[in-house]
Write a protein that binds this ligand. Structure first.
Ligand code: MN
Length: 224
């Protein structure tokens, strides 16, 4: 079994003008591809990990041999996070969530606008490379909260279920926005894919799924 790079669910230019085609091509075809390649190369040394999904590797890093732990964690995270990120955006995105997700955002943040401000501010403050997330905390009855992670860490390692994610590594925005990360974060709302976030919210609110079901649900099931 090998991990595979999922195709982008839209054209490179589909998110213009908010994210330019050249950034999308480099980001997907080179950055994401290299995480998948390095993950497969490392796992090739450990047949006992061959059947493990990328989300399992993130959640069970203690079971990865110590010599491989860091490289597997970083590259499995890069693979999972980017797979989620592509689907968190859509050329038909923007607007506001509806239904139960809209209610939960209002319950936990006060309003959709307050949530957006919290998310954008958190993303702006990540020092160096990282990610900003909206997560559902199952241990607290599905409470929604904004979190940030460094490098390619993923909230799954804390047992939190990721719903929405934005990549704040410089490679995600530097060609167009240079050092102006807040501008990127502000414009990005126009491509946020609430249909996908609502679908993930449904999964987070349901029974705890098995390893593979979670991976499929998150859009990362790309092993062959
Ligand atoms: Mn990235």
């Amino acid at each position: 079994m090998k991990h595979l790079l999922p195709p982008l669910p839209y054209d490179y230019a589909a998110l213009e003008p908010h994210i330019d085609a050249r950034t999308m091509k480099i980001h997907h075809d080179m950055h994401h591809a290299s995480y998948v390649e390095k993950l497969n190369a490392e796992l090739g040394k450990y047949p006992e990990l061959e059947e493990r999904t990328a989300t399992w590797l993130l959640r069970n890093r203690g079971q990865v041999p110590e010599a491989a732990r860091k490289i597997v964690h970083n590259n499995a995270g890069g693979h999972v996070n980017h797979s989620m990120f592509w689907r968190a955006m859509s050329p038909d995105g923007g607007g506001e969530p509806t239904g139960a997700l809209a209610d939960a955002i209002k319950r936990d943040f006060g309003s959709f606008e307050k949530f957006k401000t919290r998310f954008s501010e958190a993303g702006s403050k990540v020092f160096g490379s990282g990610w900003v997330w909206l997560v559902s905390v199952r241990q607290e009855g599905g409470k929604l909260q904004v979190e940030t992670t460094n490098g390619h860490d993923n909230p799954l390692t804390q047992g939190h279920f990721p719903l929405l994610v934005n990549d704040v590594w410089e490679h995600a925005y530097y060609l167009k926005h240079e050092n102006r990360r807040p501008d990127y974060l502000q414009g990005w709302w126009a491509v946020a894919n609430w249909v996908e976030v609502e679908r993930r919210f449904g999964l987070a609110s349901g029974p705890v799924a098995g390893e593979l079901e979670d991976e499929v649900g998150l859009g990362v099931a790309t092993m062959a």
